[in-house]
Design a protein around this ligand. Structure first.
Ligand code: SF4
Length: 352
């Protein structure tokens, strides 16, 4: 049965694979290009917790600007962080630079899962995906899409995360000895397009005949997820400090500490909301602060309401004046980009 599952899936993939800039066509040999593992690795890091549609333009921009792992290794961390802005989960970008430097120092990507896992930022899933897709090694690749397909195919009713071992064992049993990369990508595609979280399209599914959850009429209820905890609410304040400079205007930006939330990213100065949850709104310098409203942002672990205040102040400490007409080049993460849009929409600076 396991061979017929992989055969049916690979056959479906041959007819339905998505054309993506980091993929080869189904059944095609891996490109004889030293940059191939780099492209696979970059796409896999970008795709963690992020949709294909969101990743595509970033992937194109990164590979045009840094076409090889050596080029990325030579880039400044601040430059890479700015290019990553908007993609979220910024620890990925910091690890990206670290990993590129380590790979360049080694003279290229290692090909085995075990060695790949030694690289910064590469967990079980990413190492397996690169081994399979970039190097054709047989590897058991289990992301959330694959987890869902396998839990349904074998009707694994134990709740997550306890079910992960059984899911992995079943995934291992159906992974073929050859075409490991195609098989991994086929499973991911099936999970994202056919075996969807809600209303799986079983009538179109190549795995419909052997699927135990479909036969039992319980597909949509699997995998069983643990009850979600409510995210805590946080509050904080960001400060918009603007000045005239010749014909233009500038805003004061700081760089956040390397560790912690949005670490290493440019930002508006704030009251330290990320280190506490009461949002007392202390300003970085004394002055009169005009409230402009608030923006809301959701992180993986918390919701944040960030008030934005504008004021006249002489900034203290490290930071830089940034031209307002080039603000999009600052690489502000989404939270601060929202705050900046609010400040600009509320009329910018009051010269009076
Ligand atoms: Fe998913 Fe339905 Fe296919 Fe089973 S038959 S794998 S539940 S889409």
């Amino acid at each position: 049965m396991t061979a017929s599952i992989s055969d049916a899936l690979l056959d479906w993939y041959g007819r339905n694979a998505r054309a993506l800039p980091w993929r080869v066509a189904p059944g095609a040999p891996m490109p004889d290009d030293p940059a191939w593992p780099y492209r696979v690795w970059l796409s896999e890091v970008m795709l963690q917790q992020t949709t294909v549609a969101a990743v595509k333009p970033y992937f194109e921009a990164f590979t045009q600007r840094w076409p090889t792992v050596e080029a990325l290794a030579a880039a400044g961390e601040e430059e890479v962080m700015a290019a990553w802005a908007g993609l979220g989960y910024y620890s990925r970008a910091r690890n990206l630079v670290k990993c590129a430097r380590e790979v360049a120092a080694r003279g290229g990507f290692p090909a085995t899962e075990a060695e790949l896992r030694e690289l910064p930022g590469l967990g079980i899933y990413t190492a397996a995906a690169i081994a399979a897709i970039a190097f054709g090694r047989r590897a058991v690749v289990v992301d959330a899409n694959v987890e869902r397909v396998v839990a349904r195919l074998f009707a694994i009713a134990e709740p997550l995360p306890g079910a992960r071992k059984a899911i992995r064992d079943c995934a291992e049993a159906i992974t073929p000895a050859s075409r490991a990369g195609d098989f991994a990508q086929a499973m991911m595609d099936l999970g994202s397009r056919v075996c969807t979280t809600k209303a799986p399209r079983c009538l179109l599914c190549p795995l419909s005949p052997p699927c135990a959850a479909r036969a039992a009429g319980i597909a949509e209820s699997l995998p069983v997820k643990p009850a979600k905890k409510a995210k805590p609410e946080r509050r904080g304040t960001a400060f918009w400090i603007e000045r005239a400079n010749g014909a233009g205007r500038e805003v004061w930006l700081v760089t956040r500490p390397g560790r912690g939330m949005l670490g290493g990213m440019r930002a508006l100065p704030d009251d330290g909301w990320s280190a506490r949850s009461d949002g007392t709104g202390e300003a970085p310098v004394a002055g009169e602060w005009e409230p402009l409203g608030a923006v809301r942002h959701t992180f993986t672990h918390a919701h944040l309401t960030l008030a934005v205040r504008r004021g006249e102040a002489e900034p203290e400490g490290a930071g830089e004046w940034w031209p307002l007409d080039r603000l999009e080049e600052a690489g502000l993460p989404t939270l601060y980009a929202k705050a900046a849009r609010l400040a600009i929409a509320r009329g910018g600076w009051n010269d009076a």
